[in-house]
Design a binder for this molecule. Sequence first.
Ligand code: AMP
Ligand code: ZN
Length: 472
Amino acid sequence: MSLRLYNTLTRQKELFQPIDPRNVRMYVCGPTVYDFAHIGNARPVIVFDVLFRLLREIYGAEHVTYVRNITDVDDKINARAAERYPELAPEVGIRKLTEETAAQFHADIAALGVLPPTVEPRATEHIVEMVVLCNQLVANGHAYVAADHVLFDVSSMADYGRLSNRSLEEMEAGARVEVAPYKKGPMDFVLWKPSKPGEPAWPSPAGIAAPGRPGWHIECSAMAGKHLGDVFDIHGGGIDLAFPHHENEIAQSRCAHGTDVMARVWMHNGFLQVEGEKMSKSLGNFITINELLGTGTFGASQWHGRVVRFAMLGTHYRQPIDWTVDRLVQARATLFDFSFLHGSPVADAPHPDVIAALSDDLNTPSAISIIHGLAKSAHRNTETAAVLKATLQFMGLYKNETQDELNPGHEARTVDGSKVEPLIVARLAARKAKDFKESDRIRDELAAMGVTLKDTKNKDTGEIETTWEIAR
Ligand code: AMP
Ligand code: ZN
């Protein structure tokens, strides 16, 4: 099976050839744990979970190492901990906040059918590795110390900007932010900085006496290096991370280790927007995973995690995605259709056509249309049903849920049939009299009661006959 992946570094789809097929290694930037993860954050988690599953299928589950970190040292974390736990010592409050948020994140994404990664390192448990990287970079002339900071000297790296395809001159020309006076060049970035009172602090590298804390980019270089080595196969994250975060990870890791690349393949998911707009708190369209699954009111409803996952995978990962209620409604309807598989047996392996579609740069829309095709014959063929079930399980889209389970928060509706029948009769009479305004009004009245109508023409009599069912 040949796997092809789009590589941001080379801007083309390439045949994927692991450095060591017995240990295929992938790193994906994980969350900064200070608040509920939103539905945009769920996108890389779901997308790279699909890739993880595919790699396990191709190379064997024990031959894939997937590292997704937790960033638990950050300005936003410090600020939120001080706000939420003013009575606690800063380090205690930070610990409490990051642990609670990480636990919430785990619960949220487990509901989305996401497998745990092989390793989930925390930044604060890798400070020593970060200090070592800083020291290496200072020693080999790629970083310098100024005002108790360690800064990366971007002019020391000939091809800085390769990932985001920008030259240093362009970037410097575009650097509008005020440049700190201690920086040699405007694009030089922080590897280590001094801690203010009350902030988490560790002994600093490079002979700096004042205690300090790491910059964001160095965290990922340290965790990836420790768990995956100097050069590994795949590095992923959202497209917003390509610059500066990934560019700077590359600069640090390559210059510290003297390698041509940090990861061979760089993959980026497109951005998610909500109902056509950028998600933001001020627009009031900011949706957390938790709200969607739990007690939130988005679309006046709650959604099963598999419905959310299905809705997410309907768009190719590199395309932008517009998150709408309609998308969720459609995903739920499809999963309802699959619930006839409840209780049916499962085949050993997913359908090869689905593996082939995913092997073409994770073409999930194509995989889903193949699944629709399978579903058509699965109603009549138990073997196909078993393969369909195995395929859905492989993609994390269906386990064995019933329709009720797939429809949380929706009480099973009951409708009083004795009220429905007379209305149907009245509607048919109105139609016959060509009073369509009245017949539509009655249809709406029934819809409000949760009743949907289906009109069919009786072949023998030519009369319209109406059946009804309870809408979901
Ligand atoms: P952050 O916590 O902001 O560092 O983001 C964690 C992950 O979520 C990163 O891989 C981001 O690229 C990704 N991400 C954040 N917002 C969105 C969004 N609106 N659409 C898609 N991915 C996003
Ligand atoms: Zn990262």
